[in-house]
Design a protein around this ligand. Structure first.
Ligand code: AGV
Ligand code: CA
Length: 325
């Protein structure tokens, strides 16, 4: 028997189109072993997110991976148009033809499942989060000792030295949406002391979903790249202003688990989180009363795009070769 050197990962997502694409990508990274998928009812309707998650696991031959759905909500709901958008993912022909029955859904809520899985683990678990902080923040505030089971948390959330992407009447635009959905949970997670690496808008701004990117993906002309291209095609009607452009937000966060160290810049500093208007969810530098934290500030965008296109092509069942460039 050979031992498994892959990194064990719990993936906590919130069912958006790029969350689902991130699931597909994560399952294809050769250095990663996904041990469970949890869903937050944030930038999605959870029924759709669950259907798409189970189908993607089935399609890729990963029906042994358990799924748990969350029931915790933040105070600032996502716009209903955004929540409805990912329903198209399980309306594509390949997804319609794929059954979901063989993937087990836990009786436990997402946070309870995470709590049980972390307490039973021997440690070294990485948590990849591409939705709000809520599920993990609940686990860590009930059981601070479980932080020791977590190797690191990579979270698509926040905006440190750039403006945010929230455009609401009672908000000054300084916050990123995942951080804003549940500002108190954002603060709890940053404060928890768990090794946290944010993937904030500072880094993801370099990666808008562009026509040349979609064109290069399409040229792969394979089952996986065609499905990924169909998902992304549904994002291009996003109004092309800064707040509405679709970026490779969650995709970049997933890539962080596999990127060579020289392809990204990680900063560290003291970060605080506002929980009140007009800047609820803002993640800002605060040397006096902030909490120590790291974040990705810059990436080699061309390398990331090439890596994404590499792993999101080929056959569903076959693991791709490691990416070399
Ligand atoms: O703020 C980025 C986060 C990511 O986790 N989400 C979408 C990604 O899944 C919220 C969001 C910001 N702008 C959006 C978003 C848009 N134009 N459409 C849908 N969701
Ligand atoms: Ca997301």
């Amino acid at each position: 028997m050979t031992s498994d050197h892959r990194t064990p990962v719990i993936f906590d997502h919130d069912g958006g189109i790029d969350d689902l694409l991130s699931l597909l990508l994560l399952l294809r990274l050769p250095n990663i072993q996904v041990i469970g998928v949890t869903i937050a009812p944030a930038d999605c309707y959870p029924d759709d997110a669950l259907i798409s998650t189970r189908k993607l696991l089935t399609l890729t031959g990963n029906n042994h991976i358990p799924v748990a759905v969350g029931n915790l909500s933040g105070p600032n709901p996502f716009p209903p148009e955004w929540r409805a958008q990912p329903k198209m993912c399980h309306a594509t022909p390949v997804m319609l033809r794929t059954s979901l029955d063989s993937v087990v859904v836990s009786d436990l809520s997402a946070d309870a499942w995470m709590e049980r899985t972390l307490s039973q683990s021997t440690g070294g678990v990485t948590v990849l989060k591409t939705g709000p902080a809520t599920n993990l923040a609940a686990v860590l505030s009930r059981n601070p000792e479980l932080a020791s089971k977590i190797e690191k948390v990579v979270w698509m959330g926040g905006a440190v030295d750039v403006k945010g992407n929230v455009a609401m009447h009672d908000h000054n635009g300084t916050a990123e949406w995942n951080a804003y959905w549940d500002p108190k949970a954002t603060r709890e997670l940053v404060k928890s002391g768990v090794p946290l690496c944010l993937v904030p808008l500072d880094a993801t701004n370099a990666l808008p979903v562009s026509w040349p990117f979609l064109q290069q993906l399409a040229e792969k002309n394979t089952p996986v790249s065609d499905l990924a291209g169909q998902f992304w095609a549904a994002t291009v009607t996003a109004i092309p202003s800064y707040e509405f452009t679709y970026f490779l937000w969650d995709i970049l966060s997933t890539c962080v688990l596999a990127l060579p160290a020289d392809k990204l810049t990680v900063e560290s500093g003291s970060i605080n989180v506002s929980t009140v208007t007009p800047n609820a969810g803002q993640t800002f530098r605060d040397e006096e009363s902030g909490f120590s934290c790291t974040w990705v500030s810059e990436v080699d965008a061309e390398y990331v795009k090439a890596m994404v296109i590499h792993y999101l092509s080929g056959e569903f069942i076959h693991a791709p070769m490691p990416f070399v460039k």
